[in-house]
Design a protein around this ligand. Structure first.
Ligand code: ADP
Length: 558
């Protein structure tokens, strides 16, 4: 800024100095010309008068030589032939009759001209007077040109320019400092406060507006960034952002947990430093080449669906890790269930079809027919029960298995369920005892009845002859409990965790023989879940089994 001001001021000062010098030289030239011209006129008229007075050529020339006259004097005869020239050899000069000043003098007695002299090689002014004898006297002197005058002024001009440069430098520095000082004092945090001069006011207002706009944009960007960070950090899926070279640029908390890494993210560390998994590396490579890749991987005993997608071909990858353990388990369960269902259905149907074929063939003894009919009926009932249980479980899986909840007496429900198995128990000498307090719970009566029936049926079925089944209902502080205890065969410890799985049987033949489907305890477990109740099974082989259902009581009934 200071340099530009200095250069500008300097240019103006120099141009002004040159202009002044030029104008001075021109006016000097003009005024010097006028002065010289009038002096020449006086001298020419004096010489003319002298010539007329002296008459004698020699006397006149002596007088001319003795006079302190201007530079050049030329004396001509009436034909213009040079008779005398004080600066040239007269005989070498041509006739001057055609010269402009001589022509004028011929006509009017006096003549004047200004021109370049081929003899003396400079700009000259000529004045001529006609003499009484017909000849002419002419005086002339040189005129310095404007350039010459300027040249003559060169030294003073150079001195003046040097002074101008020094002054301009000093002044421009002062002015620039004075100009810049208020700008330097502007507080960019508060541009409108301060003592900057008025000319800066529009710029300062714009600065203030821009600052406000910038601040609000920064606030908005910050808010969006915080929002995005919160979403990324709290999402339950693992998220990673990689650059084209596979360096990790971002990793959320879930990804850290899944990959079990504490290594900090600095944008320069490769993925291999965080987790060693060939599946992960292949998926990333694949996505970098093809734009996208999807694969399942295991980490920490859980299954994850890994989706890697290129953000923009040149910029990197987003890797998403979704926990699909439950989904896979459910899928696996569904597959096993389907396989089991078809197997379970086929077995009684094969028996039924076999017995029916035997009867139809006529090869059976008539006394065997009732036995076969009994077997067909038994298998049909088992089939019917199986289909009913499958339907019930499927409905519960879909969330439709539960009806309207209502207040139900747990003791009454237990007594009704026990009643259903009184005959079966009596046949084997098993005594079924129902005891306890009357507690009202919120339940779907049908589903609750089914759950209790399944438990009591198992307690009778897997009991020893002459054994006991005790169904006790108890009110706890904030819950109601029903416990089905038998004195039966018990369940080996290794099987206890599995008996609630669908179609799981400790002893398949006994279950089938007694009309079991392998779904009874699954229904109990599912039903308990729908009621918000807990199931607990405790068993000792040869001693007996106890299954306990605990229902939480609603606030008002505690
Ligand atoms: P099932 O229709 O075969 O009885 P459940 O799902 O009700 O099917 O029971 C699963 C398996 O658990 C049974 O096959 C049986 O082996 C065992 N079990 C269930 N309850 C008892 C019990 N009270 N005593 C001994 N074993 C039992």
């Amino acid at each position: 800024m200071q340099k530009r001001v200095f250069r500008g001021a300097m240019l103006i000062a120099l141009l002004s100095a040159l202009f002044v010098a030029l104008v001075g030289a021109i006016s000097d030239y003009v005024s010097a010309g006028r002065e010289t011209e009038s002096r020449l006129w006086q001298e020419a008229r004096l010489l003319a008068a002298l010539s007329d007075a002296l008459q004698e050529e020699e006397a006149f020339l002596n007088a001319v030589k003795s006079l302190p006259l201007t530079e050049r004097v030329t004396w001509l005869d009436e034909d213009g032939v040079v008779r005398y020239d004080n600066q040239s050899d007269a005989s070498s000069l041509e006739s001057h009759l055609e010269r402009e000043e001589i022509q004028q003098a011929q006509e009017t007695g006096e003549g004047w001209s200004r021109r370049y002299s081929e003899t003396l090689l400079n700009d000259r002014i000529y004045v001529a007077c006609r003499l009484g004898n017909g000849g002419y006297v002419r005086v002339s002197t040189s005129l310095a040109t404007v350039g010459g005058r300027l040249w003559a002024m060169a030294w003073p001009l150079a001195l003046a320019i040097a002074v101008v440069i020094a002054l301009t430098a000093a002044l421009s520095r002062r002015w620039t400092r004075a100009l810049v000082a208020p700008m330097n004092r502007i507080d960019l945090e508060n541009p409108l406060q301060g003592d900057a001069y008025d000319e800066l006011a529009p710029m300062l207002r714009r600065l203030a507006d821009q600052k406000e706009r910038l601040e609000s944009q920064l606030r908005e960007i910050g808010r969006r960034r915080d929002e995005r960070d919160a979403i990324i950090e709290h999402m339950k899926e693992g998220l990673l952002l990689l650059d084209q070279q596979g360096h990790v640029l971002l990793m959320n908390d879930s990804a850290r947990r899944i990959l079990r890494t504490e290594t900090p993210v600095d944008g320069r560390t490769p993925l291999s430093a965080y987790h060693r998994s060939a599946t992960l590396f292949h998926a990333v490579d694949d996505a970098l080449k093809n734009g996208t890749a999807q694969v399942e991987m295991s980490a920490g005993g859980r299954d994850y669906l890994l989706t890697a997608s290129a953000v923009a071909r040149e910029r990197g990858l987003v890797v998403l890790l979704q926990d699909v353990t439950e989904r896979n388990a459910a899928e696996e369960l569904r597959k096993r269930f389907s396989a089991n269902v078809s197997h379970e259905l086929r077995t009684p149907l094969t028996s039924i079809s076999g017995y029916a074929e035997l009867i139809q063939s006529g090869m059976t003894q008539p006394q065997d027919v009732p036995l076969f009919a009994h077997k067909i009926r038994h298998e049909s009932q088992r089939l019917l029960k199986l289909v009913e249980d499958i339907m019930r479980l499927s409905r519960m899986d879909e969330g439709h298995g539960v009806g309207r909840f209502q207040s139900v007496s747990l003791l009454k429900a237990a007594q009704e369920a026990a009643q259903n198995y009184a005959q079966a128990a009596a046949e084997r000498g098993v005594s079924v005892i129902t005891e306890g307090q009357d507690v009202q719970i919120q339940a779907d009566p049908t589903l609750l009845g089914e759950m209790l029936c399944n438990l009591i049926e198992n307690a009778v079925k897997y009991n020893r002859d002459g054994g006991e089944v005790r169904v006790s209902v108890q009110r706890l502080e904030d819950a109601a409990r029903v416990r089905v205890r038998d004195t039966g065969i018990g369940i080996p410890a290794a099987h206890i965790d599995h008996v609630f799985e669908r179609f799981y049987r400790v002893d398949g033949s006994r279950s089938k023989q007694t009309g079991g489907t392998g779904l009874g305890l699954s229904i109990v477990k599912h039903g308990a879940k729908l009621h918000g109740a807990s199931v607990e099974l405790q068993s000792d082989v040869g001693v007996g089994t106890t299954v306990t259902l605990t229902f939480a009581l609603p606030e008002g009934e505690r």
